[in-house]
Ligand binder design. Structure first.
Ligand SMILES: Cc1cc2nc3c(=O)[nH]c(=O)nc-3n(C[C@H](O)[C@H](O)[C@H](O)COP(=O)(O)OP(=O)(O)OC[C@H]3O[C@@H](n4cnc5c(N)ncnc54)[C@H](O)[C@@H]3O)c2cc1C
Length: 381
């Protein structure tokens, strides 16, 4: 008689033939990645009772990110006030040694990605049909009308629809379509520097973020940002250079630039991460969905390349992808996202090279002179 044992990994072990046959759980939808895109999509599907498995091995985690969110994120997604660490009314910008300060029309906000993303995942998990698997997907195999996902813990899950929300670079994207071209990926490095709220008050202008475009530090388009949050400062640099060069440039900025003096003596956590920076509008003609798959957030390349903002598009894309599925055709996602925020991404992709060029600076000059700052005003360095 043949004996079958269940292994702790959920696999059937057939003793007679010594063959390992995995038993797979099945779900209607598998979402790889529980960042802002994946969790938002899972919530929409969960609310409609769709059986969803959402995979992410990293929670709770601080995603390398400035955590700058626009007012529309707070309004549209009803973000609780407790998550908003700093209300941002002003941006202090420095370009070619000219310093300006402009006021946002609406307040923007800074969040901790650890708290923000945990909140979004918990919201999704309020729906019983959504299951979080605290595992990393390591392999994706196409089967007849299904996808088989394997995790780092040997688990096997079959899903009818696969959603890649696994950020940048995306493993899912590689299996369902093809990777984002290297030339559209930008390296970012930075530090999260813990400090007291009193230190922040003393050393940083209230309700203000700082952005430095100096060619001395940022050579190939991009900027250095300093975002003071509740009990830490997030500083980073993004540019089309190697991570090594960027770290050197950022360390030198902190050591030499007057703005860095406030950060020099704080020990913090270093981070490095890729971000999609699409500088050719045609990229956005590429499909983000197929018969039984879709890509959202960074996995779809949905980041504004001028400012590096992707949180809004990731969340909105998550909603629209869920809506397409609930409307009965995942291909509808193509129309939905292009109609909702496509214009912004197409325009930014065609404008980004100009923005960082000398002619872009010339176009910026009238605005600079309207908002020019003297050294002493509104700045703490
Ligand atoms: C340094 C930096 C600063 C930024 N600053 C801002 C900012 O201030 N404002 C803004 O709007 N945007 C910013 N962005 C962009 C923003 O972070 C992204 O656009 C946004 O996080 C995209 O969300 P997402 O859910 O698509 O991906 P992510 O937030 O990257 O989430 C992807 C998730 O997938 C998981 N995952 C990956 N692979 C697997 C796998 N194989 N199996 C299971 N899980 C997996 C990861 O653990 C992660 O939790 C910044 C980006 C960087 C790199």
């Amino acid at each position: 008689m043949k004996r079958v044992h269940m292994s702790p990994l959920g696999e059937d072990r057939d003793d007679d033939r010594k063959v390992t046959k995995p038993s797979c759980d099945t779900f209607e939808v598998g979402i790889v990645g529980a960042g802002v895109a994946g969790s938002t999509c899972a919530r929409v599907l969960g609310e409609a009772g769709v059986k969803v498995a959402i995979f992410d091995h990293s929670h709770p985690r601080e995603k390398p990110c400035g955590g700058f969110i626009e007012d529309r994120v707070v309004e549209e997604f009803k973000i609780p006030e407790a998550l908003l660490e700093n209300e941002v009314k002003w941006s202090l910008n420095e370009r070619f040694k000219l310093r300006t300060r402009f006021q946002f029309e609406q307040s923007q906000f800074l969040v901790s990605r650890k708290d923000f993303d945990s909140y979004l995942l918990q919201e999704a998990l309020k729906n019983n049909s959504v299951v979080h698997l605290n595992e990393k997907v390591v392999q994706v195999t196409a089967e007849k009308e299904k996808w088989m996902l394997r995790t780092n813990r040997g688990k096997c899950v079959k899903v009818s629809l696969l959603i890649g929300a696994d950020g940048c670079p995306s493993l899912t994207r590689k299996y369902v379509y093809r990777p984002i071209p290297q030339s559209f990926l930008t390296m970012t490095v930075g530090y999260d520097l813990p400090c007291s709220s009193q230190y922040l008050e003393r050393n940083f202008a209230k309700n203000t973020v700082e952005v430095y475009y100096s060619r001395k530090y940022v050579k190939k388009g991009g900027f250095i940002w300093i975002f003071p949050k509740r009990t830490k400062i997030n500083i980073g640099i993004g540019s089309r250079e190697s991570g090594f060069n960027l770290k050197q440039a950022l360390d030198s900025f902190i050591a030499v630039h007057p703005a860095g003096a406030r950060l020099k003596n704080i020990e913090g956590q270093f981070f490095a991460h890729l971000i999609p920076t699409v500088w050719m509008a045609q990229f956005f003609d590429l499909p983000c969905s197929g018969n039984n798959w879709a890509l959202i957030g960074d996995a779809a390349g949905h980041v504004n390349p001028v400012g590096g903002l992707g949180i809004y598009y990731a969340m909105k894309g998550g909603i629209l992808c869920g809506k397409a599925l609930l409307d009965g055709d995942i291909h509808l996602f193509e129309d939905y996202w292009r109609k909702e925020y496509g214009d912004e991404l197409y325009y930014a992709a065609s404008a980004v090279s100009k923005f960082y060029s000398a002619s872009g600076f010339a176009l910026w000059l009238p605005y600079v002179f309207r908002n020019l700052l003297t050294k002493s005003r509104h700045s703490r360095y």
